[in-house]
Ligand binder design. Structure first.
Ligand SMILES: Nc1ncnc2c1ncn2[C@@H]1O[C@H](COP(=O)(O)OP(=O)(O)OP(=O)(O)O)[C@@H](O)[C@H]1O
Length: 318
């Protein structure tokens, strides 16, 4: 469990983090999102006791990181995978960390296996790709088999296979009851990996929300293409739908509230502005299909149009 309370960090005239309060709970993956410079790394560094807060608190399992009895076994972190000394082998690097934390050699072998680096364990890190360095950083974070994991941009430099591997691993670590906090700029990946999202902007909390709730809030409707768009739109409106031409929807305009059936002008405006494509809100694709059938309207396309996390993120952080 991570608890951040009224956390603030001021660097000279820069307020990097400002009165930030949120919890990161065990048993789920929590994504930490924000534009460049929003304050994510600074917050993570304060949670990890690497920076001192100007004010407020950041606690891991109820205490400050520096007050944890057995820090390596309680929290694992990866902040910057590029920081590692290149002259050593992956094995020697992890063994040195393990030794410092009172962790045995067997665990080094285990984590190398877990991150897929067993085959290159004796190779010098200097020759590692960025993706291999990321895996090594994740191995170091896992060394103490910690209950809390904090990873800054862990997917950086990983190929699609690596990203999928990381997602599966993080989700299974959370399913074991661990607390997992990660930042990433890869929005699609974040929407697949994180159960919950903490979104910050200019050091302040913007959203603390479940990924599903956030996406549901931005759900933009069902795209319908029909050669009988005018007739169909009247029938759908009669059933309580809100309709806007798909072209307007693409331009990000607000929907027009639902109107009564039989409005010829509405059908005309739909036809004029959007041709045969309609964006329908308020009814499911199944209900729209049934209404089309009942009204004898052919449907050539019927697609639930989900707003991506990237679109939702851009909208709420504007
Ligand atoms: N050591 C420092 N001294 C002065 N200013 C700093 C320091 N570290 C961070 N900042 C400033 O604090 C703000 C937040 O930076 P931070 O690195 O925490 O953002 P971030 O969300 O992690 O960004 P990114 O996504 O680019 O990594 C920025 O304006 C940054 O310039």
């Amino acid at each position: 469990m991570i608890e951040v309370t009224e956390l603030t960090k001021v660097y000279g005239s820069t307020r990097a983090v400002s009165g930030l309060t949120f919890d990161v709970k065990p048993g789920q993956v929590t994504g930490f999102l924000g534009h460049n410079g929003a304050g994510k790394s600074t917050t993570m560094r304060m949670i990890l006791g690497l920076h001192t807060p100007t004010s407020g608190k950041a606690l891991i399992n109820g205490v400050r990181k520096q007050d944890l009895r057995d820090p390596m076994r309680e929290v694992g972190a990866m902040l910057d995978a590029a920081e590692v000394q290149g002259g050593r082998s992956a094995f020697a690097h992890l063994q040195a960390l393990a030794y410092a934390g009172g962790i045995g050699r067997r665990r080094v072998v285990e984590v190398l296996e877990e991150v897929g680096l067993s085959g290159v364990a004796r190779k010098r890190i200097a020759g590692f790709s960025q993706g291999m360095r990321q895996r090594l950083g994740i191995a170091a974070a896992l060394l103490g088999d910690p209950g809390v994991l904090i990873l800054d941009e862990p997917a950086n430099g990983l190929d699609p296979d690596g990203i999928r591997w990381l997602r599966t691993m993080l989700r299974s670590l959370a399913a074991e009851g661990r607390t997992v906090l990660l930042s990433s700029h890869l929005m699609t990946e974040m929407s697949l990996t994180a159960d919950r999202l903490i979104i910050i902007g200019q050091g302040r909390l913007i959203e603390d929300v479940s990924t599903a709730d956030l996406l549901a809030r931005f759900q933009s409707g069902v795209l319908v293409r029909s050669p009988h768009a005018a007739h169909l739109s009247r029938a759908l409106e009669a059933a309580g739908a809100t309709i806007r031409p798909a072209q307007d929807a693409e331009a990000g305009e607000e929907p027009v509230p639902g109107r009564p059936a039989g409005a010829g002008a509405d059908a005309r405006s739909v036809r004029d502005a959007g041709g045969e494509e309609l964006l329908v809100a308020g009814l499911t694709a199944a209900v729209i299909g049934d209404i089309a059938l009942a009204n004898g309207c052919a449907v050539h396309e019927l697609v639930s149009r989900r707003t991506s996390l990237e679109e939702a993120f851009m909208e709420i952080t504007q």
